[in-house]
Design a protein around this ligand. Structure first.
Ligand SMILES: [Zn+2]
Length: 158
């Protein structure tokens, strides 16, 4: 079942609310970005996501920087999709980004991007949900995941 936008607005967290929650959990906030690592205590940061789901996938790096706007956007899209979504790539340090052949100017390096996929395997449905409902920022459509970011509004197929 998909939630309507009217229902959404009644229970989705605002930016100030998520910042307040992070402050309560002693998370470092810089502007709209939070900084944390695997030793930071895990907690439910939005309805369907725990903080540690946003950790960098590079085990050598302990620090993760992530934009709370993309966290909130992922939750909104996941609610509209109505089924669990996982993150395959989050923050990338410049060195890690290079090692995975990421674009030099990748929004992942800025902590503004997430690569996401549906647990139920319905990549077509997830892509449609993202394309229909994400009005600003970047969307990259790939075979097995969808890239979303808070950068310039653009669309590409990978
Ligand atoms: Zn990406």
């Amino acid at each position: 079942m998909c939630a309507t936008n009217t229902q959404l607005s009644t229970y989705l967290m605002t930016l100030s609310q998520i910042k307040e929650l992070c402050t309560k959990h002693n998370i470092t906030i810089n502007g709209d970005h939070i900084t944390f690592d695997k030793n930071t205590s895990n907690f439910q940061i939005t309805t369907n996501f725990k903080l540690h789901e946003f950790l960098t996938k590079n085990t050598k790096d302990t620090t993760t920087i992530i934009n709370l706007n993309i966290v909130l956007e992922l939750q909104k899209l996941r609610t509209l999709f109505g089924s669990p979504v996982r993150i395959s790539s989050s923050y990338r340090s410049p060195a890690y980004n290079k090692s995975v052949n990421g674009a030099t100017s990748s929004q992942h390096v800025l902590g503004n991007a997430l690569d996401t996929f549906p647990v139920n395997g319905d990549i077509k449905g997830w892509t449609t949900t993202v394309v229909k409902n994400k009005k600003t920022g970047g969307i990259g459509q790939y075979q097995t995941f969808v890239h979303i970011d808070t950068g310039r509004t653009r669309f590409w197929r990978g």
